[in-house]
Write a protein that binds this ligand. Structure first.
Ligand code: 5AD
Ligand code: SF4
Length: 459
């Protein structure tokens, strides 16, 4: 039987979809196909901004015809949007053909819900409150070799005033460090070459005492796992990112010199209204410390424009932060009011035309800065971990240690290899070049490239 999963939103959701695939495989859905050929289609939704929700609504609605043609097709909707207050009912009302609805706290019951729906005509809907569980029982079907994601914690305690995540994902629950480390060890043994530790706020790992060690300790322990691999982590909150974590990055070669540190705004007044609990000065001093110790460390960020009451002066402070912090890239968002959050009820919501004009100016600045960072790589050699083959360009692609995409031509499969790329050209965010030397797997646990998961064979 075939399955198809549609994922919206962040890396957390991408990894969760790998777990959904794991559950479906256990139920006998053993092949991933297109929606048209699937026996079950799962929408793993996001509700962080209105456009993510609209996107999902549009795609689910578009299934009506297929569902009419294929009576046995099961359509399941889960994730953050399904968990949002009142949304499960709305989804069922708008799209009566939906068979299964599940939330963020009962991912692991998807299999059971599908069975329930198969037994009866009625839709199987189950949205649970927080149960304090960590979803560790589900084995993912990993789809991103040579990269692998590992959850270290779930949920968020921060209640940034614009953000719906704490409402749909519950309070912070840390996985036990020994379980995280066992997973990292096993991934490295299986041949994964880049591991990203995931959490909404990784720096407050172990806030519930369940981890057994602090985030810097966990990071160092993960970096001490034997084998050749890279380590990354996301997302860090500036109020919790510590000098200790920066020093662990410095001490451990395996940890990439790149930090994703969402600033959200450059204005102290807006940061305070956002309930971010740091100032611009503190933010800048953190990255100054980081760069003092790791001079080549690059910082990426998230920025929101058009937050309630944001003035042109506040916005100018965000623009000046981009320059001062010298971000190598940034995800930029227009503020989107989320029902139930504090900011949605604030006076001073900003007009759409003003938001649009500001985001355009911000994107222009960020793009120029990204191009400048990429251009500085020309003539240098960067280490690329090869991820895939791009049919359109006829080139292999992968990321350097700073997270930049690099492309090169090769007549044999390089997926999963570390390649030293001499950069000859930079085009916007991407680098192009020629491989200088290929560093073969050194630890001897992998005898033959053909045994690597995800190996695509010669092209
Ligand atoms: N509107 C716009 N952007 C948001 N983000 C979170 N909530 C909102 C919202 N209501 C952005 C933040 C966060 C990223 C994942 O999404 O920048 O860091
Ligand atoms: Fe949302 Fe703030 Fe938590 Fe990030 S830290 S998930 S922005 S509430």
């Amino acid at each position: 039987m075939n399955y198809h999963i549609v994922t919206y939103g962040c890396q957390m959701n991408v990894h969760e979809s790998e777990k959904i695939a794991g559950i479906l495989r256990e139920k006998g859905y053993d092949k991933e196909t297109s929606a048209e050929e699937a026996d079950v289609i799962v929408f793993n939704t996001c509700c962080i901004r209105e456009n993510a929700e609209n996107h999902a609504f549009g795609n689910i609605g578009a299934l009506k015809k297929l569902k009419k043609q294929k009576k046995d097709l099961i359509v399941a909707v889960g994730g953050c949007m399904a968990q949002e207050a009142g949304k499960a009912e709305l989804l069922r009302k708008k799209f009566p053909f939906i068979d299964v609805v599940f939330g963020t706290h009962n991912l692991s019951s998807l299999g059971e819900l599908i069975d329930r729906k198969r037994r009866s005509k009625k839709a199987a809907v189950e949205i649970l409150g927080e149960r304090g569980e960590t979803e560790d029982g589900v084995a993912p079907v990993r789809t991103s070799y040579p990269n692998a994601w590992v959850n270290i914690m779930y949920g968020c305690n921060n209640f940034c005033s614009y953000c719906i995540v704490p409402y749909v994902r519950g309070r912070e629950r840390s996985r036990r460090a020994e379980d995280v480390l066992a997973e990292v060890r096993s991934l490295v043994r299986e041949g994964y070459r880049e591991i990203t530790l995931l959490g909404q706020n990784v720096n407050s790992y172990n806030s519930d005492g369940n981890g057994g060690m602090s985030f810097p300790e966990l990071l160092e322990a993960a970096a001490s796992v034997e084998g050749r691999f890279r380590l990354r982590f996301m997302t860090s909150h500036p109020k919790d990112f510590t000098e200790e974590a920066a020093l662990v990055m410095k001490r451990n070669e395996k940890i990439c010199p790149q930090l994703h540190l969402p600033a959200q705004s450059g204005s102290d007044r807006i940061l305070s209204l956002m309930n971010r609990r740091y100032t611009r000065e503190k933010y800048l001093s953190e990255i100054a410390f980081l760069r003092r110790h790791i001079p080549d460390c690059e910082v990426t960020t998230d920025l929101i424009v058009g937050f309630p009451t944001e003035t042109e002066e506040d916005f100018q402070e965000t623009l000046s932060l981009v320059k001062e912090a010298d971000f190598s890239s940034a995800f930029t968002f227009v503020y989107s009011p989320r029902t139930g959050t504090k900011a949605a009820a604030m006076d001073g919501q900003i007009e759409e035309s003003v938001q649009k004009e500001r985001i355009m100016r911000l994107v222009e600045l960020v793009n120029a800065q990204t191009r400048a960072h990429s251009a500085r790589c020309v003539g240098k050699t960067v280490e690329i971990l090869v991820e895939d083959y791009d049919e359109k360009r006829g080139m292999y692609l992968g990321r350097d240690r700073h997270g930049r995409m690099g492309y090169f031509a090769s007549d044999r499969n390089r997926v999963g290899e570390f390649v030293a790329l001499r950069v000859t050209k930079a085009n916007g965010v991407s680098l192009y070049g020629e491989p200088e030397e290929i560093r073969r797997e050194e630890n001897g646990t992998i005898a033959d490239d053909a045994t690597l998961p995800g190996n695509q064979g010669e092209v």
